[in-house]
Design a protein around this ligand. Structure first.
Ligand code: XIL
Length: 332
């Protein structure tokens, strides 16, 4: 089969996957990445809780290992993420900070963003500067120690610092948008944030659309959902922003356990979603959140109630390509 990276390149797109440092010692996984991907992104290794887990600890080793691998293999690399603007994913010591002034918060946040973004410049061609800043239920901005001191401009500030440190990288805001749920607040909140950033002249190039897709039984991707989603993307591109699909996988929580049925439904769903997203010329990257089912974050994060292993990625636990891979290839 033609490698996905080649199918993507023929359309002017990049295809890639998340990868974790521990997978570097799995030759079969490395082989799949080598064959299919033009780009990787660190699954967790560039996150604050890994790089700066305590106020007096810095740990670049796992991130550097992935960056070195990408360089050696001739792969491109995205960076994820400079600020995961969600208290759950910031280390406790950061959540506990109480700054005396906005200037004090800026000094710390600026130092962090500058250190991380400049370390990998110009190799990392694109950063998810800020991740998941919008509350998915209300559409309001989530609070962090930084926003408490700096206000919503903590987000603007990160983009400016990232631009200074990595002037050649494209900069994205990354989120999941909750588009299948019918709750529009999340999308509205993201649009409001993007509008403000663009209006303020913040250096932002793209919206990262995570694309952790949920197969909602019984009607996966109704015309109504498709229409609402298109309206959202239309507004994003009208702001002059590109679109990156940054973390594609399919959640099979609600699907029947039978593998053939599950795989068929997921593949059809993926094809519909990707056809729609790839119909925008502004869509530039397609990255999946892992290539092999057994490593998928969803096995632990959202296990199936029946305990049957999930099948969210393009390759099964025996490293065999699945119908989901065929669907991605067909959409490319
Ligand atoms: C996930 C990783 O896959 C897990 O290993 C980790 O425990 C939590 O984070 N949205 C994102 C990614 O932006 O960073 C998340 O990655 C998945 C959801």
């Amino acid at each position: 089969a033609t490698p996905l990276k080649d199918l993507a390149a023929a359309k002017g797109l990049r295809f890639g996957s998340a990868m974790a440092a521990h997978q570097l010692s799995d030759p079969r996984y490395v082989e799949v990445i080598r064959r299919e991907c033009g780009v990787i992104v660190a699954e967790n290794e560039h996150k604050w809780y890994v790089i700066h887990p305590q106020s007096d600890q810095w740990n670049f080793q796992p991130a550097d290992a992935l960056v070195d691998f990408a360089k050696t293999e001739g792969l491109g690399m995205r960076g994820h993420t400079l600020l995961w603007h969600h208290p759950r994913w910031l280390p406790d010591w950061v959540n506990a900070l109480e700054f005396d002034s906005a200037a004090q918060a800026e000094a710390m946040l600026g130092d962090y963003v500058t250190r991380v973004a400049s370390r990998y410049h110009p190799f990392i061609y694109s950063w998810d500067v800020v991740n998941e800043a919008v509350d998915d239920k209300t559409g309001a901005l989530r609070e962090t120690a930084f926003s408490r001191a700096m206000g919503p401009e903590a987000i603007d500030f990160c983009f400016h610092k990232a631009k200074e440190a990595a002037p050649d990288a494209t900069l994205a805001y990354n989120d999941y948008m909750s588009w299948e749920s019918g709750n529009e607040n999340h999308r509205k909140g993201v649009l409001k944030l993007l509008e403000r950033l663009v209006k303020n002249g913040v250096p932002i190039d793209a919206l990262g659309v995570q694309s952790h897709s949920n197969y909602d039984m019984p009607d996966a991707f109704t015309p109504e959902k498709q229409r609402a989603w298109r309206e959202f993307v239309d507004e994003v591109v009208a702001m002059g922003l590109d679109v990156y699909l940054t973390e594609f996988d399919v959640n099979d929580t609600d699907l029947p356990p039978d593998v053939e049925t599950r795989d068929r439904l997921m593949a059809g769903y993926a094809k519909d979603y990707l056809d729609m997203m790839l119909s925008y010329e502004q869509t530039k990257d397609l990255l999946v959140w892992g290539m092999v089912d057994s490593y998928s974050w969803l096995q632990d994060f959202l296990p199936r109630e029946d305990g049957v292993p999930k099948r969210p990625t393009l390759y099964d636990a025996a490293y065999r390509p699945k119908p989901l891979r065929e669907a991605v290839a067909a959409a490319l």
